[in-house]
Each structure stands twice: as structure tokens, then as C-alpha cells.
Design a protein around this ligand. Structure first.
Ligand code: PLP
Length: 361
């Protein structure tokens, strides 16, 4: 469309709108000047592991030692290793749907069987409703629950009560939890709770974090996994034999990020909130049903009333008539059908143009 002279309002991506902060780039330059360019220990440079330990204790209420943390090549690699370390062929893995697309593939790649639990069954519900949703899908082969809060693609979040219900269920049935906290810093309503901070959970939880979304470091490829000893042994072998450690200067850049003043996020969150409110109000005013996402940076409007139930067709219609690019909800599982995912992580100008363009529908 661009080549034929159209402008495209690109809301289909999944990247923070700001550039990587200057203090992170500075740390990378300093690491290069100091010749921090050789192999690092494959699990991570000790200074970074220690800074991550302190961050986990302070911010996530997760008390671990540096031996329980491993640096990975982004959250995607961390998740890959987490599924490989905890899922055996035939194990059933429960996750909430719509889900981030690679999750189902990663479950399958580890030999697992995906079991979807619709967000619609638990959104805004009690701990009892969560328990009922999990119980009704539990079988003797259930092994793992994957929990992503805040969630991609819907921006949904789980409350402390809901996470406590997941934790109690996991303990009762001796299940492992893989927690994906990629969006832990992008929260506009409510609190972020790390499930590994709940009693009895550190020993059965693998938590995956990334620098991608918090620090606009998507292209740097760095994240980390926190896991107890039996899983950590596997994780070490997986990291060693897949990437043999993350780029050394990148780890020093990540050290600068994680030790930076946490108030750094205050203004960023406000920027995201303004963008979220603009896009969500715009869709509502144009006659769409659109929940207000409490976290992450995606709106997930229900487009059935205005664009029909086929989300591929809806995506094309929206693109043709308004030049707004989006992602069809069906790619996030059948529960996403009838929706479109749009990122509000872009400039206010583009969002204003997009909202105005909705008038052409
Ligand atoms: N988890 C979720 C839910 C995501 O949306 C993403 C990226 O889009 C990731 C993990 C992994 O991000 P990265 O591999 O850039 O760290």
C-alpha cells in the first residue's frame, strides 16, 4: 500500500514506542571501551546476576540466590528453555486464551499438549471462578500452567486473588507454573503480582522476564529466567547448548538498565496511559466494544458488530478503508476470533490520525 502512495497507520507491531534510553546505550559504549567483549559465563555475568537478584527481592518480592537466575537471549529464548525444561512428551499444558502466538508452538515443540482456558471464563472473576476454570480442564496428564500477566494480546491482568487460586491449584495437583512477566512494568490499573512471590511457589515456578518491553530493548535480545534447582540444571544445559551465553557487552548494558532509578517508569507509564485512553475511546466512539486493557500496550477491540466475525477479513477491511494496520485476533487462538489487536505503542499523532480515520468506516 505504501508503494502505491498510501500512508499506513501501523498499529500491528509489538514494540515500545520510545528509543532505548541513553543510559543503556552509554553502558554499552563503556563496556566496549573496557573490552568487555569476551565470553561471559554462559549463565550470565556475576554483576548482572547480583543486580537481578536485588531487583527480584525488591520489586517482585521473590527471594532467590544468584544460582536461581539465568540470563537468556530475550524472553522468547527464556520461554523456549522453560518449556523444554519442564514439559515431557504427552504432558498437558494449560494457558489462558487468546494467547501470545508462539506459546502454543513452544508447548508443541516440547512435546506438550496445549489446553486452552478462555480469558472470557475468568476475566474480572473471583479466585473460585479461576479454580473452577482450571478444575474443569484438569486431567491426570496436566503438568504445567503458563501464566502471562499482563497478557499479550488482550492486555488482561490476573489479580492477587486469581493468582493465589492458580498457586493453590498448582500446589494441590503438584503442577509446575511458567510465569511470563514480559510486561511487568507496563501497568495502568491494579498491581503486578509475581506468582513466584506466593507461599510455596518458588520451588515450582519458572519465571521469564525480558528487557525488551521495559527498556525498549527489543533488538538487544536479553532476558532472564528465575527457577529452582531441578529446573535450573536443565536451563543451564539448554542455554549452554543453544547460545552459550548472551553477548557480553549487552549484559553490561542490561546491568545499567536494571540498576537505574525505578522512577524512570513513572513518566513512561503515563505516556502509555494517554495513548491507551485515546485509542480505546476512539474505538468505543466508533461503535466497537473495547475493554480497557489494564496492562501491556495492546487494545483488543471486538469488531464483530462493525466488521463481521472473520478477523482476517476485518483486518483487511480496516486496512483498506482507514489505512490502519492491525493483527487478526484468530492468530492468538480461536478465542481471539472476532477481534483485532492494535498496539497503542506509537506516537500520539499516529493514534490521533487512526482515531479520526475510524470515521471512514
Ligand atoms: N512474552 C510475551 C507475552 C511477549 O509478548 C513477548 C514479546 O512480544 C515476549 C514474551 C518475548 O519478548 P522478547 O523475546 O523480545 O524478550
Amino acid at each position: 500500500m505504501r508503494e502505491s502512495g498510501h500512508r499506513v497507520l501501523q498499529l500491528e507491531g509489538g514494540e515500545p514506542f520510545m528509543a532505548t534510553p541513553g543510559f543503556v546505550k552509554e553502558a554499552m559504549r563503556a563496556a566496549l571501551d573496557a573490552n568487555q567483549t569476551r565470553y561471559a559465563p554462559s549463565s550470565g555475568v556475576p554483576q548482572l546476576l547480583e543486580a537481578l537478584r536485588a531487583k527480584l527481592a525488591h520489586k517482585n518480592a521473590v527471594e532467590v540466590t544468584t544460582n536461581d537466575i539465568i540470563v537468556t537471549s530475550g524472553g522468547a529464548h527464556g520461554l523456549f528453555c522453560a518449556f523444554q525444561a519442564s514439559v515431557s512428551p504427552g504432558d498437558e499444558v494449560m494457558f489462558f486464551a487468546p494467547y501470545w502466538t508462539p506459546i502454543q508452538d513452544q508447548v508443541r515443540f516440547s512435546g506438550g499438549v496445549p489446553v486452552r482456558v478462555p480469558w472470557d471464563d475468568i476475566r474480572g472473576g473471583s479466585g473460585d471462578a479461576m479454580r473452577a476454570a482450571l478444575e474443569s480442564r484438569h486431567t491426570p496428564r496436566t503438568r504445567v500452567i503458563y501464566v502471562n500477566t499482563p497478557a499479550n494480546p488482550s492486555g488482561d491482568m490476573l489479580t492477587r486473588e486469581q493468582l493465589t487460586a492458580v498457586a493453590d491449584f498448582a500446589k494441590e495437583h503438584d503442577l509446575t507454573v511458567i510465569a511470563d512477566e514480559a510486561y511487568e512494568d507496563l501497568i495502568y490499573d491494579g498491581e503486578h503480582v509475581s506468582i513466584a512471590s506466593l507461599p510455596g511457589m518458588p520451588e515450582r515456578t519458572l519465571t521469564v522476564y525480558t528487557f525488551s518491553k521495559s527498556f525498549s530493548m527489543t533488538g538487544w535480545r536479553i532476558g532472564y529466567v528465575v527457577a529452582p534447582p531441578p529446573f535450573m540444571e536443565f536451563l543451564r544445559k539448554l542455554v549452554l547448548n543453544t547460545v552459550n551465553g548472551v553477548s557480553t557487552p549487552t549484559q553490561y548494558a542490561a546491568l545499567a538498565a536494571v540498576t537505574h532509578d525505578p522512577h524512570f517508569f513513572d513518566s513512561i507509564r503515563e505516556e502509555y496511559r494517554r495513548r491507551r485512553d485515546l485509542l480505546v475511546d476512539g474505538f468505543r466512539n466508533a461503535g466497537f466494544d473495547c475493554l480497557t486493557p489494564p496492562g501491556a500496550f495492546y487494545a483488543f477491540p471486538d469488531v464483530r458488530k462493525r466488521l463481521g466475525g472473520d478477523s482476517w477479513k476485518a483486518m483487511e477491511t480496516l486496512l483498506e478503508r482507514t489505512e490502519i494496520a492491525s493483527v487478526p485476533g484468530i492468530v492468538f487462538g480461536p478465542e481471539g476470533e472476532g477481534h483485532l489487536r492494535m498496539s497503542f505503542s506509537t506516537s500520539m499523532e499516529i493514534l490521533e490520525e487512526a482515531v479520526a480515520a475510524l470515521g471512514k468506516l
